[in-house]
Write a protein that binds this ligand. Structure first.
Ligand SMILES: Nc1ncnc2c1ncn2[C@@H]1O[C@H](COP(=O)(O)OP(=O)(O)OP(=O)(O)O)[C@@H](O)[C@H]1O
Ligand SMILES: [Mg+2]
Length: 350
């Protein structure tokens, strides 16, 4: 039962050494049981004072203690916000073990915000679809009329003008299509995500030969996922291109750091996307050491037409968002100067 719980649970002995830990806790602490077993709480919680105080007080006073919103630094260097509850177990009136339950609060907040965001994106997409429809109908008429006119024209020099009408109509129609996002159904098949990543790596090397230093950290044991290979490649490419553009821009202002893009994959147990709890999901991180997403864009980058570049169309990330949605996945980012990570979560086992 504890194995399958979504709450992170740890068991410490009377010397505050770790005896047991469930998969949810391994996930939350981003460390494996193997690495933590037998270590004392100082190591497990990375010398967090509050956690140490709670555990020693629980031990000394033999009573349960709960504390909210502790900022816990993880072994990986990330910091999360948690609620921490310690309960003593007794044998012969003495505390023999302590059970610790941890819930990550920023994660709950984020999930709530996500479903709110999803609704907003859905609403925007519906509005765009409506506008797209209204634009494309008359556009079709315009293009058709120009074509007829073109055939009637005897003066070759005048055909230049009808050509402009046709070409511009196509360009606009194209833009509208891309704005609404992919509307063809996915071509679902088993996909090896590492093959997609390696393909993008090759493409990026060809596109930016002088700059790209792409590091990889793959979990080779990951199973294939069911998805659309081309669409997922597009997702990785859009995110990677943004990263490289940002790094190159900043490089002109000179940060002195070598531009590095990092692809990593891993499996994550029990992960909630929308209202569905997945037994296992694939996490794909695309990290760059560029200048970060401008603060004022952070809340809206996934919307269509939001761009920080003079020549940008602002469609890259909105396409990413809709493809990942089509895959029942989740995409999010964390960005600060020197480190931007886009994380994609895709169901492995439903
Ligand atoms: N890794 C990143 N680092 C810094 N800024 C980023 C990063 N990724 C995205 N951005 C910012 O988010 C904006 C939106 O990205 P998006 O891909 O949607 O549009 P775009 O790149 O401007 O245009 P398009 O992709 O359509 O050519 C970018 O213009 C950029 O300002
Ligand atoms: Mg882009």
């Amino acid at each position: 039962m504890v194995e399958n719980m979504e709450t992170a649970v740890l068991l410490f002995d009377e010397e505050l050494k770790l005896k047991a830990i469930n998969p949810a806790a391994e996930n939350l602490l981003q460390a494996s049981f193997r690495k933590l077993l037998g270590h004392d709480q100082d190591h497990v919680f990375q010398h967090n004072r509050e956690c140490a105080d709670i555990l020693t007080t629980t031990l000394k006073e033999n009573r349960p203690i709960t504390e909210r919103e502790i900022h816990l630094k993880l072994i990986t260097g990330n910091t999360i916000t948690i609620d921490f509850a310690a309960t003593p177990l007794n044998r012969a009136q003495e505390v023999s073990e302590i059970i610790v339950e941890i819930t990550q609060v920023d994660r709950l907040l984020r999930l709530a915000r996500d479903s709110h965001l999803q609704e907003q994106y859905e609403a925007t997409r519906q509005i765009l679809k409506g506008i797209a429809h209204e634009i494309k109908n008359p556009l079709g008429g315009l293009r058709g009329a120009a074509q007829l006119l073109d055939m009637e024209l005897e003066d070759e020099t005048l055909k230049e003008y009808t050509n402009v009408i046709i070409m511009e109509a196509d360009r606009l129609s194209n833009l509208v299509d891309r704005m609404v996002g992919p509307n063809k159904p996915l071509n679902l098949q088993p996909v090896n995500i590492h093959a997609c990543l390696e393909h993008v790596r090759t493409l990026m090397k060809a596109e930016f030969p002088e700059m790209v230093n792409i590091e990889t950290n793959y979990d080779p044991s990951l199973p294939e996922i069911v998805g659309d290979q081309d669409a997922l490649t597009q997702v990785i490419l859009n995110i990677s291109r943004n990263a490289v553009h940002a790094m190159l821009d900043a490089h002109e202002a000179s940060t002195g750091m070598p531009n590095t893009l990092r692809f990593s994959t891993r499996a994550v147990g029990r992960f909630t996307i929308g209202s569905i709890v997945h037994r296992q999901v694939l996490q794909l991180d695309i990290e760059d050491n560029g200048p970060g997403i401008p603060e004022k864009l952070q809340a809206s980058v996934f919307y269509p037409l939001i761009t920080g570049k003079p020549e940008g169309t602002g469609l890259g990330l909105s396409i990413v968002q809709s493809i990942i949605n089509q895959h029942d996945g989740l995409v999010e980012f964390a960005s600060q100067s020197g480190k931007t990570v886009f994380s994609i979560f895709l169901p492995l086992v439903k």
